[in-house]
Write a protein that binds this ligand. Structure first.
Ligand code: 13P
Length: 248
């Protein structure tokens, strides 16, 4: 069975001192979690957070990674840098990066390959915009996004990645996909993985993201295809995030 994974995506929130405080509050609240617990923080918070999570069950993640090992790429961070700073996970291809920073399916693939090669677990984000859902090509789009992101990986590597299905219209809007909508589209993503990587599809963990919170987490997590959540706003308060982590 797939172990659920609940990850907070802090986005551009929390200075190092705020980050330390949040994680110190969070640690005792999630110590008994049955799922994997991850916080994906701004890079300036890595030192404070990796120190604060020592000896806890909380894992650290980044929000982006460059695909080159090193060189003249001002402002970028390599996978080796993230590893040495204590990261085990990295969010790749978030819709905000696609929307505001020119991220494409091809650069998502380059980042994914670099992350996997360095031993980081990528959390690869896919999802449709509202007009794409209304036009009826959600399934085609998420399958394409997923398979493009994974191109070049082996089935064994694919089995270990995390995919986050985040419908763009549900992010930060208070609108959530219904439990059934999320389950159905995640099922489509899993079948796309199966078409190229066979049984790895049964191991790959696929999260839902988009206004997931203490109120709706239980229903979403009851769905058979949904293996966890990628949480934005509700991950910025220890108590709320802990409630999502305890979705039972
Ligand atoms: P919200 O939970 O704030 O809608 O954000 C979801 C998200 O984008 C997580 O990556």
């Amino acid at each position: 069975m797939r172990k659920p994974i609940i990850a907070g995506n802090w986005k551009m929130n929390k200075t190092p001192s705020e980050a330390r405080q949040l994680v110190q509050e969070l640690a005792p609240l999630v110590a008994d979690a049955q799922c994997d617990v991850v916080v994906c923080t701004p890079a300036v918070d890595f030192a404070a957070v990796s120190e604060a999570i020592r000896g806890t069950n909380i894992k650290l993640g980044a929000q982006n990674v460059h695909w080159k090992e090193s060189g003249a790429y001002t402002g970028e961070l390599s996978a080796a840098m993230l590893k040495e700073a204590g990261c085990e996970y990295v969010v790749i291809g978030h819709s905000e990066r696609r929307q505001y920073f020119g991220e494409t399916d091809e650069t998502v693939n380059l980042r994914t390959r670099a992350a996997v090669a360095a031993g980081l677990t990528p959390i690869i984000c896919v999802g449709e915009k509202r007009e794409q859902r209304e036009a009826g090509y959600t399934d085609t789009l998420v399958a394409y996004q997923t398979l493009t992101a994974l191109t070049g990986l082996t089935a064994e590597q694919v089995a270990k990645v995390v995919i986050a299905y985040e419908p763009v219209w549900a992010i930060g809007t208070g609108l959530t996909a219904t439990d059934e909508q999320a389950n159905e589209t995640i099922g489509v993503i899993r079948e796309a993985v199966r078409s190229a990587y066979g049984d790895a599809a049964d191991e790959v963990r696929i999260q839902y993201g988009g206004s997931m919170n203490p109120k709706n987490a239980h229903g979403l997590m009851l769905q058979p295809q949904i293996d966890g959540g990628l949480i934005g706003g509700a991950s910025l308060k220890a108590e709320d995030f802990s409630k999502v982590v305890h979705f039972e």
